[in-house]
Each structure stands twice: as C-alpha cells, then as structure tokens.
Design a protein around this ligand. Structure first.
Ligand code: NAD
Length: 508
C-alpha cells in the first residue's frame, strides 16, 4: 500500500498506431499516444475483471485508505496536472486548478461516504413480515467503462471514476482524444498508490476505441460527451445489454428576477457563460431578464464584460476554442441569430477568430434561432427580456435539454428553481451544485440520464441487494402448501384492518 513510482502501461505495448494531442492555442504537439485497438481494450477490461475481486474484497475501509493516498498524490502534484490540462485544453492555469480542486473534494467525499451509503442497512420489515429481519446493501457491479470529454478532463470523468472506485468497482477509462495526456496522468498516479493491480486503467484513442469499450465485457458504461455520441454509445451498449449513464450537453438558462442583485447576476452570467471559453456543459447560454430590470441589467453586463477577453497570455480571462470544428458551429449560431434579427451588444460574428472567440453578447434573440435552441459551446450569451417569471420558466423549459441553470431572485428563488425542468439549479450563484459532493449531478431529456456525485452517484455503480433473515416462525404461515382456510381468513382480516380504512363512499 505504499507509493511506488513506476510507469504503468495502460494501453497494450503491442499497439503501434498513435495519435497526437495538440495545444489548441498554437497547434504545438503536446504528446503522442497509442490508439488502443479492440484487442487492447478487451485486454484492459480482462485485467480489470481480474483485479476487481481483490479491490472488492478490500472493503470500504481498505479502499478508502488507498483512495486517500491517491488524493494526497493528486493534491501535492496539482500544479503539474494543471499544467497538462492547460496545455491540452488551452484553459488558464487557475481554471485548471479549480476543476482539479473540485475533483479532489469529490474523491474525498466518495471514498469517505461509500460505506455509509452503500453498506448493509437494516430496514423495517412491516407488520405482515414482522418475523423477518430485512437488510439492503449495494454491491459493486464489477468493471465500469468510463468515456470522457475534453472540456473538464479531470473534473468530469472523475465524477464517474472516483464514485465507481469507491463503490468497489474497477475502471477502464477512455479519455477524449483532445486530452489523452490528462487521462494517462490519472491512471499513472493511481498506479503509484495501488501498485501492480490494474484497478484504474486508461486506454487512449479516438471514437473507435470508445466504441470498443462499449462493446467490451464491462458491467456499466458511464459516458460524458455530446448527445450525438451518447446515442451511438447507447446503441453499442445495447448489443450486450450493458447499462449506461449519459451525461450530455445543455442549453442552460440564468433567470434574473426584478428583485435580483443585478451586479451579482451579471457577474455570474459572464463567468458561467464565458469561463473556459463557454465550453462548459453547465454554463449559461441563455439569459431571461424581467423587463422591469432589463436595461440596468444590460448596463451591468456590458460594463463588466469589458474586463473579459480571450487570449493565450497569463492575464487572459479564457483561452482558445479547444476543438477546432466548434469554431464553425459558434459562427453559424451567431450568423443565424443576427440574420433573424438579434441585436449585437458586444462581439458578434466578427468576434469569432481562427482559434479564439472574443466575448459576445446578443439581445432580443429570436427563440427559434440556433443560438437559442442548440448548444453553442462558445463565450456567447443570448439575453432576452420577459414580462413575468412564469414566462421565464416557460421559455427556459422550452428546450429538449434539461441539464442545469441558475436563478437570481431575492424573494422567489426557490419557487422558480423548483419549476425549472433540469437536473440542477443554483439560486443567487452559478454552478454551485457541482462543488457540493453530496448533491447528485445529471440531466433530463437530451441532457441524458443517470446521476454521478453524492449518494445517487455512488449507487449508480452498484446493484441493490435485498436480504431477509427469519427471526422466528411466522404467526400466519402464508408461503406454504400447508396453509389452510382458517389462515386465509385471518390473513384477509389482517389486511382489512391494516389497509381497508373507513369507507367514505355512499352506502348502497
Ligand atoms: P464527444 O461526444 O465528441 O466525445 C466524448 C467522448 O466520446 C470522447 O472520448 C470521444 O472519443 C468518445 N467517442 C466518440 N465517438 C464514440 C463512439 N462512437 N463510441 C464511443 N465513444 C465515442 O464530446 P466532446 O466534444 O468530447 O465533449 C463536449 C460535449 O460534452 C458537450 O456537448 C458538453 O455539453 C458535454 N459535456 C457534458 C457534461 C455533463 O456532465 N453533462 C460534462 C462535460 C461535457
């Protein structure tokens, strides 16, 4: 259980095909990685299967001890990992550090709470079965496949990885082809703590490697990425009836009520819409503002956004667009909005460069433009006035997505939040739920299904096991062919007493 530094081979050494990960700010090669073939993936899953009995048998305490050691390694080397995240995604070092810090906190929570959430619990047996003692416990599934995106290459996959590991599963992780170095770093640092046991392995490659993982002998697949790929993942997993979790995209809204703190709401909209160049699944893309405060809110927004800029230098607020193909999508959404009559407040289609997109704010954006209906994944905000909070909620919910969102309101925050059809909402803050390890994380509709984080996230990687133990012979022996008419009559009387209640129907 001591830390031994030794490189891990997370992809079969026989693999010859490779691919490069590039720095999106300048195109420089950051690293060269193997393309794991179907055979490589199957071999990794077979190794994970072998290691899973050992990992499961360690029990909650044994696993917690090792996971805490891993937590220490990641924490002490946070700057090194943040450098790698910065190089592969282009995001500022401070943002990379923030996502790592949140992932560390989740690791800590998952490992420490696994026993309490998943361990054996006694439950009430009820009057009918009073002679039984009843228990429920949550057993690990075995081997979990995790497929991750590039936008938060530590925080996002770790939301599945650390909960799956804490629950007693082994994991084979396929990171995005844009951030393979980060994926390998995670498995290699883990292997320094859990030496010689392939409990967490990384297989690198493109979509085909991900497809091979879906088809491999795994017990569940946790996917985070676009809805488009999520559908392919589900179809592939259906081949072996492998269950899936889908964490897909969003079109999140920030609602501003008439009594909101407008400066705080503007700050939050800009940060959640533009940090990481707007490439955040739970980032704000649409803003609905009560018409009574629309003008002062827009003034706040335009004043504050002056301080924000894309760039590659240390003082830039956010970096480049990580995936070059996204540039065309951002441009097409802005073009569509402007062609349909949107008002350009800041930036606009001209703000879209070759690698960087400068802050863009549009207002009065037609609801049928792609800027309002599809995930833009760029540093853009579409801000529209609404007459009432009912209208704000209605427009918010008029989307196929349902991931997250925020409400700024002094009096009615909770009432508005409860009516938004999404997995997560923050009141008077943005994305706060992601930093609370005890809260579930996930969406509805096209944003996917299943939950990571919190007790629900631990249970996602288990199956519920029910056990009863007979304490004494039943007063009414119902499950035997020796049951007689007298017993049936007593059973009917008992059920009547328990559930018949007093009739409120008119007597016939
Ligand atoms: P993507 O769908 O392009 O890729 C995600 C992963 O799937 C990558 O590792 C990729 O190699 C793999 N993949 C591609 N084709 C595959 C196939 N046929 N079978 C199996 N795997 C395959 O997504 P992306 O561009 O990496 O990530 C951005 C998207 O992720 C956005 O839509 C964003 O909203 C979403 N996202 C969602 C969450 C969330 O928690 N809901 C978090 C982060 C990102």
């Amino acid at each position: 259980m001591t830390a031994i530094i030794e490189p891990t081979t997370t992809t079969d050494p026989g693999t010859t095909e490779t691919f490069e990960s590039l720095n999106p700010a300048n195109g420089d090669v950051v690293g060269v990685h193997p393309v794991a073939s179907k055979e490589d993936v199957d071999a990794a899953v077979a190794r994970a299967r072998e290691a899973s009995a050992w990992w499961r048998e360690l029990g909650f305490e044994g696993r917690q001890e090792l996971l805490m050691q891993w937590k220490g390694v990641i924490t002490r080397r946070m700057a090194q990992l943040a450098d790698l995240v910065h190089l592969e995604t282009g995001k500022p070092h401070g943002d990379a550090q923030l996502e790592i810090a949140l992932a560390i906190d989740h690791l800590n929570w998952a490992a420490k709470h696994a026993k309490k959430v998943l361990g054996r619990h006694k439950v009430s047996s009820g009057l009918l079965m009073a002679n039984q003692a009843s228990y429920v416990q949550y057993q690990p599934l075995g081997v979990i496949g995790v497929i991750g995106p590039w936008n938060y290459p530590v925080f996002t996959p770790m939301g599945s990885i650390v909960y799956a590991l804490s629950a007693g599963n082994t994991v084979v992780f396929k990171p995005s082809e844009y951030t393979p170095g980060v994926g390998r770093w995670l498995a290699e640092s883990f292997a320094e703590v859990v030496h010689g046991r392939p409990v967490l392995q990384t297989v690198t490659g493109l979509g085909e490697t991900g497809n091979a993982l879906c088809l491999a002998d795994i017990d569940k697949l946790a996917f985070t990425g676009s809805g488009r790929t999520g559908k392919k993942v589900m179809a592939a997993c259906a081949t072996n009836l492998t269950p899936v979790i889908i964490e897909a995209g969003g079109k999140d809204v920030l609602i501003v009520d008439e009594d909101a703190d407008l400066a705080a709401a503007a700050d939050a909209a800009i940060w959640s819409g533009m940090a990481n160049a707007g490439q955040t699944c739970i980032g704000t893309e649409r803003v609905y503002v009560h018409e009574k405060v629309f003008d002062p809110f827009m003034k706040e927004l335009t004043d504050q956004v002056q301080q924000v800029r894309a760039g590659d230098d240390a003082t830039a607020s956010f970096g480049p667009i990580t995936m070059p193909s996204q540039i065309d999508i951002i441009k097409s959404h802005l073009d569509d909005a402007v062609a349909k009559g949107a008002n350009v407040v800041i930036g606009g289609p001209e703000a879209v460069g070759e690698r960087f997109v400068q802050p863009t704010i549009l207002s009065h954006v037609p609801e049928d433009s792609t800027e309002m209906t599809e995930e833009t994944f760029g540093p853009t905000l579409a801000v529209n006035p609404v007459k009432t909070m009912e209208e704000a909620v209605e427009r918010t919910n008029a989307t196929a997505y349902g991931l997250a969102g925020a409400v700024f309101s002094k009096k009615n925050g909770m009432a508005i939040a409860e009516r938004i059809r999404s997995g997560m909402t923050s009141i008077n803050a943005v994305t706060a739920f992601a930093g609370v390890p005890s809260l579930p994380f996930g969406g509805v509709g096209e944003s996917g299904f299943g939950r990571i984080h919190g007790p629900d996230g631990l249970k996602e990687f288990t199956y519920a096991k029910a056990i009863t133990r007979q304490k004494y012979k039943p007063l009414l022996a119902l499950t035997t062919f020796a049951r007689d008419a007298k017993t049936d009559k007593r059973a009917a009387t008992l059920i009547n007493l328990m559930h018949g209640g007093k009739s409120t129907l008119p007597k016939k």
